[in-house]
Every structure is written in C-alpha cells, then in structure tokens.
Design a protein around this ligand. Structure first.
Ligand SMILES: [Mg+2]
Length: 206
C-alpha cells in the first residue's frame, strides 16, 4: 500500500469533551445534582430551558479553553495513530478554531490550549508521537479549513461535522469519513462510521 496522507479534525473527533461539559454544567448549577450525560445531552437540556442558549454558549467558552485539560482522547484514536505510524502514513490535524472564544471572559488562547492538550496527551511532541506540531493547522473559518486541507493533498479526511464535506470546494478525490459517534449512520457524500476502531479498518484495509 502506498503512503496514505490523512487529515483529521480536532474538536469532537480526536478530543472528547463530554465529561468537561457535564462537570461544568453541574458545577454551575445548570443541571440537577447527580445529572449525567454527553456534551449533546447538556446542549439539549440547556436549550430546553429559558435563557439556555446563553448558558450553553458560556459553557462552550469554558470547555474549549480553561476546561480543556479534563477532556479525553476518544477511544481508539491512539491505536489509529499507531497504525498510521506503522503504515508510514502522514497525519495532520486541520481544525476550525479561532484563537479566542466569543463567550470566554478569560480570553484563553484556544489554539495554545489545544496544543498543550495534545502535548499532555502524548499525541505530539515525543519521538513516538504520530503527529508533529508542524502538522497541526488551525483556521478561522470553515471555508479556510477546507482550503487548507485541499492544499495538503490528502487522501483521507475525518471529521465529526457534515458541514466540512458539504463545502463546495471540498476536494472530490479526498475520501471523506464522518466520525458519527454512537448515533445512527448519516447519509451523504461521505462514509459515516461510529468508532475509531472501524475507521482504522476502513483506512488500512488491505
Ligand atoms: Mg469537530
């Protein structure tokens, strides 16, 4: 198999914020004591309440900035990156992430926070890391993200949002994989896959 060039989204594809959102919502008294749920559950719950949208945006400002330290690597990501190394594939991250959040009074540098998280998780910065710091790209807008991934001459791009694949300039020759999580498969011009173990089988099938 020839060397495969792989691009991966960051937020909610590599990094899982479920515990960050649940803990922050509890701590702010936005959900009842003992409440548990995913990031999506927190959003649905808050949006069903008066003024819930503002509370939700405030939580996001926290989660992607100061709260990021408690976020987790999605199960299977580390194995996938090891398989990339084994197969001599190149890997980069292309993320739509502004430097500062709109609803973050602390003005945390979100890109710096993401890089720190990647380093702490061991995904960049060690000789065994599959990723190099130079292969992490943050863009201000969704169209700029697609321009970037198009310029990297990728074979595969993996993202949790269909919006990326729906951009008119998303390159047609790039294999689009939607990391769909535990929900139902989503129809569209991409392959919808629920777990990183399955993504690994899909990308490195012989
Ligand atoms: Mg994402």
């Amino acid at each position: 198999m020839s060397r495969v060039r792989i691009g991966i989204d960051f937020d909610n594809t590599i990094i899982c914020y479920d515990k960050v959102f649940a803990a922050a919502a509890l701590q702010r008294g936005l959900v009842p004591p003992g409440w548990t749920g995913s990031k999506t559950d927190v959003r649905e719950y808050l949006r069903s309440k008066p003024d819930g949208e503002r509370a939700w945006q405030g939580l996001q400002g926290w989660a992607y900035g100061k709260g990021i330290a408690n976020a987790e690597v999605f199960p299977g990501v580390t194995d996938f990156l090891a398989a990339c190394r084994q197969n001599n594939s190149s890997v980069c991250i292309v993320s739509h992430k502004t430097r500062f959040g709109h609803q973050d009074p602390d003005r945390t540098d979100l890109r710096g926070a993401a890089l720190d998280w990647l380093r702490t998780a061991g995904l960049i910065g060690t000789e065994h890391s599959a990723l190099s710091h130079n292969n992490v790209f943050f863009e201000d807008t969704q169209p700029a993200k697609v321009e970037r991934l198009a310029s990297l001459d990728l074979d595969v791009f993996i993202d949790d949002l269909v919006d990326v694949f729906a951009q008119p300039h998303f390159p047609r020759h790039v294999r689009a994989i939607l990391f769909a999580g535990s929900g139902n498969p989503v129809p569209g011009p991409f392959k919808s896959i629920a777990s990183w173990a399955e993504i690994q089988r899909e990308v490195f099938r012989r």
